[in-house]
Ligand binder design. Structure first.
Ligand code: ADP
Ligand code: ADP
Length: 244
């Protein structure tokens, strides 16, 4: 069974925040279908405004589409009760492009990485500290970095912290939305190597959203291209992509 199936999804953003008005903008996703297999990375390519981030949000359960289905491990993401959604939510994690704005500047690395553990696991503070230390080492940082604040890290180090937070609950799928795009080339290749390593060790799946075909090609197994809200190309094997 596919880990994720997006079936014929159409979505338009609400144009009014007034709840009694149901006006919507033109659709930004039209009839989108794709699949992600367990342990595989799907690279999602397309120019800015194509609808990639919106599709990412739909897959994370953050934007309910007007039409179509999102099946995660066979379960309909938008048609489950609250407790099932909470379970699904921990299996679905995200890392965004802007590593500084996705963390609270007043929190320490320990608090940032420990937050999902705190929300979902009932660990003693000693166990939690040990787990955070292991996670820091797993992403190539040091347990001594625990007490540092975001401004004390480089962009690449902070993205490692975001990755540590994303894997803390051992998720099945991570949406990486332009997660390496603002890093320099060398740092980018280090983070891509870390992501590939985590993927092969833990059988993680990724949706790797990017406008950068080289980065997508290097990490992905499958590739999809979006244009103006539609998936115009979907190759389950990236080798087919070069031939098309
Ligand atoms: P991409 O990630 O490919 O750059 P996006 O999904 O961010 O594309 O955006 C697709 C379209 O949806 C764009 O035209 C954008 O302006 C619009 N859009 C994105 N977010 C919102 C929102 N919250 N409300 C209204 N329109 C939005
Ligand atoms: P150890 O044997 O010391 O726990 P691991 O390399 O197995 O070392 O794990 C290091 C960290 O990676 C752990 O703290 C754990 O939270 C995280 N981890 C372990 N399994 C998974 C998984 N399936 N997915 C994501 N992260 C994981």
């Amino acid at each position: 069974m596919s880990l994720l199936q997006v079936k014929d999804v159409t979505h338009a953003y609400a144009s009014s925040t007034l709840f009694w008005q149901s006006k919507r903008h033109a659709p930004v996703l039209s009839g989108v279908s794709l699949t992600i297999e367990p342990g595989k990375c799907l690279g999602l390519l397309g120019t800015s405004g194509a609808g990639k981030s919106t599709l990412g949000k739909v897959i994370l359960g953050l934007e309910k589409p007007q039409k179509g289905q999102v099946l995660f491990q066979g379960m309909n993401l938008y048609d489950t009760d609250a407790s099932a959604r909470r379970r699904l939510r921990r299996d679905l994690q995200v890392v965004f492009q802007d590593c500084y704005s996705s963390v609270n500047p007043r929190m320490t690395a320990e608090q940032i990485i420990g937050e999902p553990l705190q929300n979902y696991e009932s660990l003693s503070s000693k166990e939690q500290k040990r787990t955070v230390g292991e996670l820091l080492e797993r992403v190539g940082l040091n347990a001594d970095d625990m007490t540092k604040h975001p401004h004390q890290f480089s962009g690449g180090q902070l993205q490692r912290i975001n990755i540590a937070r994303a894997i803390a609950l051992k998720p099945k799928l991570i949406v990486l939305d332009e997660a390496v795009s603002s890093l320099d080339m060398v740092t980018q290749s280090h983070i891509l190597a870390l992501l590939s390593d985590l993927k092969s060790t833990y059988g993680l799946s990724y949706l790797f959203i990017t406008h950068d075909i080289k980065a997508a090609y290097s990490i992905s197994d499958a590739l999809a291209v979006m244009e103006k809200g539609e998936v115009v190309e979907f190759c389950e094997d990236k080798a087919q992509f070069l031939q098309s």
